[in-house]
Design a protein around this ligand. Structure first.
Ligand SMILES: NC(=O)c1ccc[n+]([C@@H]2O[C@H](COP(=O)([O-])OP(=O)(O)OC[C@H]3O[C@@H](n4cnc5c(N)ncnc54)[C@H](O)[C@@H]3O)[C@@H](O)[C@H]2O)c1
Length: 294
């Protein structure tokens, strides 16, 4: 596999395009928005500059990486003659189902179609294509150029050969693939989200404050950041929607989102991206002050 299309040039898409291009794959970066493509390319260029400044790559590698990326605003044009598509568009079921219908129609018959979805069923995505054995989850972690793990999700019909090919290409990117089966939340979010939800519930119950809860997990369990700060970084809306996927998928009340989380999302307090969540980020992206007394 040498030619890769990445659908979506946002947070994850530009990171995925970056790692493939830096490892000498020819990348077609596709987004419906010209602005998102330009922003994505600027992010890749800035991240490469940082690697050059740290002496991790040369200026030539930076130039080569950028030259490996071409951009498209049409899926049909972007996926012609590619061996693998990695879809990293907005997390929305209907949108992804439409994208996969189009990918199935426009990409060559043997092309593997991967999705970077955090929570949508790969089996469901595969069901709208005529090649369910070639549809697989490639769940990169944020920030993509730095994080080693890629959770590889085998849909109900994903073939062994496709799984093996995706494991191989993931290793060629210098990442570590871990294969899991296709059930709600896969492994990463099935374990992470209930922990974040429990931290929010602990706050909601008045057991301890924001700083106290985060400090217990940071200093007591050696987590690099506390769960409330992590929820702010992921986005409280994203946490809520993944918890709802777990709740709906398992029909188990243990995944019910904490009412405080629901309230905060309804109030537009989404974490870092909105400037306020459990912490106040109005002046900086750092979690320095608690946004209000809970
Ligand atoms: N952000 C994270 O931390 C994270 C981590 C792991 C996985 N994911 C998953 O990665 C995917 C992308 O998330 P993100 O955070 O990069 O989102 P984002 O909002 O930053 O970017 C999404 C991009 O998709 C583009 N897009 C929308 N519809 C499109 C279409 N029809 N064709 C082409 N492009 C289209 C948008 O213009 C946008 O640029 C989601 O499935 C998400 O669940 C996100």
């Amino acid at each position: 596999m040498k030619h890769i299309a990445v659908i979506g040039a946002g947070t994850m898409g530009n990171g995925i395009a970056h790692v493939f291009a830096q490892n000498n794959y020819k990348v077609h970066l596709v987004d419906i928005s010209e602005e998102a493509i330009n922003k994505g390319l600027a992010t890749i260029s800035g991240n490469l500059d940082r690697l050059v400044a740290k002496d991790k790559i040369s200026n030539e590698t930076k130039a080569l990486t950028l030259s490996n990326i071409s951009t498209f605003t049409s899926i049909a044009k972007g996926v012609k003659n590619v061996d693998l598509v990695v879809e990293a568009a907005t997390e929305n079921v209907d949108l992804k189902l439409n994208i996969f219908k189009e990918l199935d129609k426009e990409a060559p018959k043997n092309t593997i179609l991967a999705s970077n979805t955090s929570s949508i069923s790969i089996t469901k995505i595969a069901s709208v294509t005529n090649r369910p054995e070639k549809v697989i989850g490639m769940h990169f972690m944020n920030p993509v150029p730095i994080m080693k793990l890629v959770e590889i999700i085998r849909g109900y019909n994903t073939s062994e050969k496709v799984t093996a090919d995706i494991m191989t290409i993931t290793k060629k990117l210098g990442k570590v693939p871990v294969t899991v089966n296709d059930y709600p939340g896969f492994v990463a979010n099935r374990i992470l989200m209930p922990m974040l939800n429990e931290a929010i519930e602990t706050l909601y119950n008045g057991v301890a404050g924001v700083i106290e809860i985060d400090t217990v997990l940071k200093l007591g369990m050696a987590h690099p950041m506390g769960p409330l700060q992590l929820a702010d970084f992921i986005g409280l809306d994203v946490c809520l929607s993944i918890l709802n996927v777990l709740y709906d998928g398992f029909k188990n009340p243990k995944y019910a989102p904490c009412p405080l989380l629901v309230n905060m999302v309804q109030a537009g307090k989404l974490g870092v991206k909105s400037g306020e969540g459990f912490y106040d980020y109005s002046n900086t992206k750092k979690a320095e002050t608690v946004s209000k007394q809970f």
